[in-house]
Design a protein around this ligand. Structure first.
Ligand SMILES: *Cc1c(COP(=O)(O)O)cnc(C)c1O
Length: 397
């Protein structure tokens, strides 16, 4: 799959469906984000297979463009990056979603930075460190108001004291103090300043107790783009790196200087004429108004095309936007071609950058009443990812 130049669209392999991943766009986005946060290091968040874009190629491309940290949710995702050859010299790798019984010892041996949100986690990680005779790198997570993972302010002194004690014993090194925003994608939301105040207080408290973290961090993509005073030492960017806007309120990708990375294309599987009054797809929620032509698009909700966008989801076929006519089924859906015809095998673009008139992931998000994050992340395993413009140079690894 390694190619040094982007494949022209017309030469793409004749597949039922494919998700083309433009790694040059991803690298450009990382460089843009670094310019937006010039005083902070950048963590490329590649959880959930890089939001559906392919974890390993995206991680490597992000490192080429100046990211120095990689972030995942689960330890399994982080360990997979190490197993694939991303060494401790290449990148710090952090993961934050631990469940009791998870492989702390493997995390220590892989040199992961491991998020710790509560006492149970600290106990499991110190036990693993003691058994291995090695020091674990941990990062204490504060719940500054998100109300999800992280340690409540009331429990913080206890967690900090226990971590400090474990540090004195040589079992852990607290490499970071960090938190996560609830509403960074809603500029001016009152919770933003409240969270920042709580974060500064919780950091100051921990430092007063003797912790000396390498990095303090709270910024996700929207905070990286809009809140320079929230950048601290490290920004953790996910969605913006993939070229999507964190929310329409913040602007389009183009307005934010970002290029969408994923393009989802399918080949039209069948074109046929049908009479007026013909029901289309399960439930007959669409009935042709006049004699027309239908195009069969061979992807469905098993491929991540949201069923919720039935009747609305846009597709560029034969130079025009068409709508999913009737239900989106597991493997396929139908578009009314309005009497026009295209050859079977013609390209149908569900979404892309929008630069050539195609719909965007944001258009699908609107059609499905969700967010762009969910559209790209849910593209299924049955859709091959074709990575374009992978940089095989040694520096690129
Ligand atoms: C997913 C995630 C991010 C990245 O968020 P984006 O909005 O995609 O930039 C950052 N930090 C944590 C803890 C996350 O879970």
């Amino acid at each position: 799959m390694t190619q040094s130049v982007p494949q022209p669209v017309t030469q793409a392999p004749p597949l039922r469906a494919r998700a083309e991943i433009d790694l040059a766009a991803l690298r450009a986005n990382v460089r843009t984000l670094r310019e937006r946060a010039p005083h902070a290091a950048l963590m490329a968040v590649v959880k959930s297979d890089a939001y559906g874009h392919g974890a390993l190629p995206c991680a490597r491309a992000a490192l080429q463009a100046g990211a120095t940290w990689l972030g995942t949710a689960t330890p399994q995702e982080a360990l997979a990056l190490r197993a694939a050859g991303i060494t401790e010299a290449d990148a710090r790798v952090m993961c934050w979603l631990w469940t009791p019984g998870d492989p702390w010892a493997d995390g220590i041996e892989a040199g992961l930075d491991m998020g710790v949100s509560g006492r149970w986690a600290l106990e499991e990680v110190t036990a693993a460190a003691r058994a291995l005779g090695r020091t674990a790198k941990i990062q204490l997570k504060a719940d500054t108001g998100l109300g999800r993972n992280g340690c409540q302010p009331a429990d913080w002194p206890d967690l900090v004291a226990a971590a400090r004690a474990a540090e004195t014993e040589g079992l852990v090194e607290v490499t970071g103090l960090w938190s996560h925003f609830a509403c960074a994608d809603e500029p001016g939301h009152p919770s933003i300043d409240l969270q920042l105040t709580a974060f500064r207080e919780m950091v100051a408290y921990a430092e007063k107790q003797g912790l000396d973290p390498e990095v303090r961090h709270i910024a996700n993509s929207p905070a990286t783009l809009t809140l320079p005073h929230a950048h601290f030492d490290l920004v953790r960017t996910g969605i913006a790196m993939y070229g999507l806007s964190p929310s329409p309120e913040l602007g389009t990708p183009a307005e934010l200087g970002l290029r969408p990375v994923m393009r989802l294309a399918a080949s039209v599987a069948l074109v046929k004429e049908v009479p007026a009054g013909h029901g289309v797809s399960y439930g007959h929620h669409y009935v042709t108004e006049r004699d027309t032509t239908l195009g069969l698009i061979p992807v469905g909700y098993a491929d991540g095309v949201p069923r919720n966008a039935s009747g609305r989801g846009p597709v560029l076929v034969g130079g025009r936007w068409r709508r999913a006519s009737g239900r989106i089924a597991m493997d396929q859906f139908v578009v009314d071609l309005d009497g026009e015809t295209v050859e079977p095998g013609a390209q149908a673009i569900l979404f892309g950058s929008g630069e050539r008139g195609e719909p965007t992931a944001e258009d699908w998000a609107r059609a499905a009443d969700t967010i762009g994050y969910e559209i790209v992340t849910r593209i299924g395993v049955r859709v091959p990812r074709v990575h374009l413009d992978e940089d095989p140079s040694p520096g690129g690894r």
